[in-house]
Design a protein around this ligand. Structure first.
Ligand SMILES: [Zn+2]
Length: 233
């Protein structure tokens, strides 16, 4: 067994990854809150697979896409109660948040994504001039997000908008923020245990032992406000 887990560029990448404060990287809005955004490109969104089930208190966890992903294992265990943990597509949108001068991600359900994509396409030819109000309305399953063009930008807003001129978002931007949200296996097993899943029957003893030692500190690092999760099939 090696005590070194990564070398050179991989180690550097890992070190940088931990510096991402997810709260600063994702847009999180409360009911009736909004932010002004600039959409840098008409295709600045990606699809990924995530697990989530509100009733199990497991909120939007990216799937590692590995066969031993603990949440995949649970969803396939043949226990009906845990079937809803099956990985489903979710969507990440990159928006330039004008007041913060920073590109952030918004994590959307499929229904929310369809609507946002329709808005982006509707105004696709005008993204160079048009800023949007990105707003949340409603709560729980009635949560809705909308992008509405701002007809006229005033002083400081125009300046903030112009600051993003020429900026682009690449796939790596999405990947890094998604990876930072990927919890480790022990933590997933801990969440499953707390949700009442028989972890001893489905995971090896060493992993379970490690999982039960997991501190909640991990939660702070990986937990993002997911009050808008849609617990639907
Ligand atoms: Zn999975």
């Amino acid at each position: 067994m090696s005590l070194i887990s990564a070398k050179g560029s991989q180690a550097k990448e890992n070190a940088q990854k931990q510096q991402l404060d997810l709260k600063q990287e994702y847009i999180s809005l409360k009911e009736n809150e909004s932010v002004k955004v600039r959409i840098l490109g008409a295709e600045d969104y990606v699809e990924y697979k995530a697990h989530g089930s509100f009733s199990h208190k497991i909120y939007t966890r990216p799937c590692s896409l590995q066969s031993d992903c603990p949440l995949c294992v649970a969803s396939r265990a043949g226990i009906e109660e845990f079937n809803p943990l099956k990985a489903r597509p979710r969507y990440l949108f990159a928006f330039y948040v004008m007041d913060e001068g920073k590109v952030k991600l918004f994590d959307a359900t499929k229904t929310q994504a369809k609507k946002l994509i329709a808005s982006i396409e509707e105004y696709g030819d005008d993204l160079q001039e048009l800023a949007f109000n990105f707003k949340r309305t409603g709560n729980g399953k009635d949560t809705d997000y909308s992008l509405n063009p701002i007809i006229k930008l005033k002083g400081k807003d125009q300046e903030n908008f112009d600051n993003a001129e020429g900026m682009k978002v690449d796939i790596k931007f999405f990947e890094e923020r998604l990876e930072a949200k990927l919890g480790n296996d022990d933590y997933m097993v801990k969440l499953l245990h707390e949700a009442g899943f028989p972890v001893d029957d489905h995971f090896d003893a060493e992993l379970v032992a490690k999982a039960l030692e997991e501190k909640d500190e991990n939660a702070e690092v990986t937990e993002v406000d997911d009050t808008d999760i849609n617990d639907v099939v």
